[in-house]
Design a protein around this ligand. Structure first.
Ligand code: Z5A
Length: 242
């Protein structure tokens, strides 16, 4: 497993395979409040600063139909299997309407969550069979390109809950709550475990990030990690030096 603080670079083989300037499909994963949104904006600004075209998207959502399904998943009472079916329906449309066309155009795609969220939330945390999840993932994703690299932002559930409370307290408008907000700390610790299992299965196409560290320290590592992926393998304007 690639960890910040130990091995931080993408494998040279993979960089050579994709070409330093080739676009990539990047995914950010982690429990609610782990910092995905914060760091997604940073990654996008680094890429744009290096002249790359970037599409930012999210799951559930990312296409008109999938955004409608997102509202249902987040707000309508349902059982775990119904939740799983809707999430994969949304993913299928997201891939067909948004992600695959963007990759075909040569854009970088950065998605806030993808199938490892399903493995962690519906699989490990809700207890739906992994055989079912993998069969659905195969059916929905197989004919196109999947994530080239996944960043896992790991944070104890208690710390994430505090960050969410602090964020709500500082917000000008009341934050919208959803079905997941009423889940317990134990639930989010199971999600964390699910992410660890997913990361182990992903071998070298992932980076495990200790998200308890300050934002600046994490972003320094992200900038260093991305360096070999950028044109000329050089640093980008505004990137923190390693
Ligand atoms: N879901 C699912 O069950 N199955 C699936 O397959 C998929 C999704 C795809 C979507 O949630 C829900 O869908 C999700 C799982 C489910 N629900 N849960 N839980 P969402 O998209 O509405 O929300 P989210 O993805 O969980 O993200 P979020 O609340 O926006 O959190 P975040 O993006 O990870 O964190 P953030 O907003 O960047 O940071 C949180 C706060 O912490 C903020 O004030 C930051 O300034 C602060 N922060 C960030 N990093 C730091 C550090 N390093 N130090 C101190 N403070 C920090």
């Amino acid at each position: 497993m690639s960890l910040f603080g130990s091995s931080q670079s993408p494998s040279p083989e993979r960089s050579a395979e994709s070409g330093a300037t080739g676009s990539r499909f990047l995914v950010l994963e982690g429990i609610d409040g782990a910092g995905k949104t914060t760091h997604l904006q940073f990654l996008a600004s680094q890429l744009r600063g290096a002249g790359q075209s970037v599409l930012i998207t999210r799951e559930p959502g990312g296409s008109p139909l999938a955004e409608s399904l997102r509202e249902i998943v987040l707000h309508s009472p349902m059982d775990g299997l119904t939740e799983l079916l809707i999430i994969f329906a949304a993913r299928r449309d997201h891939l067909r309407q948004t992600i695959w066309p963007a990759l075909d155009r040569g854009q970088w795609v950065i998605s806030d969550r993808f199938t490892d969220s399903t493995r962690a939330y519906q699989g490990t945390a809700r207890g739906l069979p992994s055989s079912l999840i993998e069969a659905m993932a195969q059916a929905v994703e197989a004919e196109g390109r999947g994530p080239d690299h996944v960043f896992y932002f790991d944070l104890p559930a208690e710390v994430a809950a505090k960050r969410r409370r602090d964020r709500s307290a500082g917000a000008l408008l009341a934050e919208e709550t959803d079905r997941f907000d009423s889940e317990t700390i134990a639930f989010f610790e199971r999600v964390r475990l699910g992410y660890r299992l997913a990361a182990e299965n992903r071998a070298d196409r992932q980076t495990w990030i200790d998200a308890q560290r300050p934002v600046e320290a994490i972003q320094q590592d992200l900038a260093r990690l991305m360096k070999p992926w950028l044109p000329g393998g050089s640093s980008v304007p505004g990137a923190a030096s390693p």
